[in-house]
Design a protein around this ligand. Sequence first.
Ligand SMILES: [Fe+2]
Length: 217
Amino acid sequence: MTAETRERLAAFAREHMGEKRFRHTEGVAAEALRLGSIYLPDELDALETAAWLHDISKDLDHNAQLQYCTRFDIILDKYQKRAPGVLHAITGADTAERALPDLVDRNVKSAIRYHTTGRENMTVFESVIYLADYIEPGRRHESCRELRRYFYGDAGKKDKREHLADTMIMSFDMTVRYLTETGALIDADTVSARNWFIMIRDEKRFDEFEEKLNEKQ
Ligand SMILES: [Fe+2]
């Protein structure tokens, strides 16, 4: 990525968030490049773009998220309407595409859209952004540390696609545990994502996982 593009993305991110979230975003960009160099070395620019933009709407409050969706005719189901964590991914993907259409292709947009929940048939590209958000070095929560240790501790000991699938399953397990412990809604995409990764892992269908890179726009 050129220094000019990076500066443009960083400036856009800085405009849309406070200092703490900006530092997290810088961490996700760095982590996306680390994970990308393992899994998608030809997609580093697009991965870095998605990382810079993934939380672009997170500083909007819940009402503003809902208003955004009304304004731009984004249809939400009754559970999504009640889940600010999910809403910021939906509005963020739309905001990024509208504001920076020359940088946001289908992969970037869907990685932002699914960076919180995951989804069935998740691409490696989406998984890298999801995981970078979870384990970037600024994350101090014990579950993030545990997932980071697991990913980097065991990396290289087995098929890297299997290791990514195992790491994704572990993250969904921790997320579901947290959501049930706090009485929060569990997005249906998270359940589907966990089930899908378990199936892929158990049936060793890693090609299906690896080959799937969305068509570019
Ligand atoms: Fe994030």
